[in-house]
Design a protein around this ligand. Sequence first.
Ligand SMILES: [Ca+2]
Ligand SMILES: [Ca+2]
Length: 284
Amino acid sequence: MTKIASFFTTVALIFTYLFGFGTSTASEGYELARHEKLNAIVSMFSAQGLCCDGEYFYGSGSLTAINFTGLAKFDKNMKCLEKKANAVPKEFYEKYGSNHIGGIDCANGYIYAPVEGDIDGEGYLYNFILLYDCETLEYTGIYYDLTSDRLTDGIPWCAVDRENSYLYTSKFDGVTEILQYDLETMEFIKAIPIEEELNRLQGGSVYEGILYLSYDASDSTEEQVIAVDLTDGSVSVEFTRYLPNYDNEAEDICVYPLEDGTLFHIVDYDKLINANINHYKRVS
Ligand SMILES: [Ca+2]
Ligand SMILES: [Ca+2]
């Protein structure tokens, strides 16, 4: 982005932050059913990742400039119940430069957190899944090294297929395959080629056998949810999300049916202070 464009973005950001005009909407078949703006402190712990186990939402946050990582636990109305600062253990930061938690998922009482690090200035080449206790948000001591063999620019997200016991992930940019792991052993199973190259993938979530990905469009008010059929690698736009006024950073997605009819839960970062949680319904 040029300096002038970024100046206008900043002005627009501050203006909308103060006056809050504009409404988020979604493309045909979907509607925004509810929205919560998290406060500045809570946003530090949840502007990156989002998942739900049916009872609670969990969030993850990273501020790489100050090497801060955090996890948070919410009720289903996004009331923050618990926060955990410095969620990535110090030894990971010291050994691998691990300073970023991306899009999380949960299963079996654990939060699966993709943690990336760059210790030698070569980019995010140290890619781990760390397991945290859903009850306490404490690190369990269990981690898996997913290596940089295929994750050549970090590990931005992971998604659990709870029914079939798989974990999926991909790199961030120039994505041509989805990586499949055994959830129990975290052994690499296979790479699933996808029919279209995808970019800027910030989050993923599996629902009824389909992998839904959160695509962060650059310099745009139109973010997308992309559906990948894991049986044949076909790719389609599930729906477009119109976020008003200026370019937000679309972050993680969680697809989980709640009692209020909402199904798609997505966290967006306003690039200034707040994380916004947007809950979408399918409408016919
Ligand atoms: Ca997620
Ligand atoms: Ca964006």
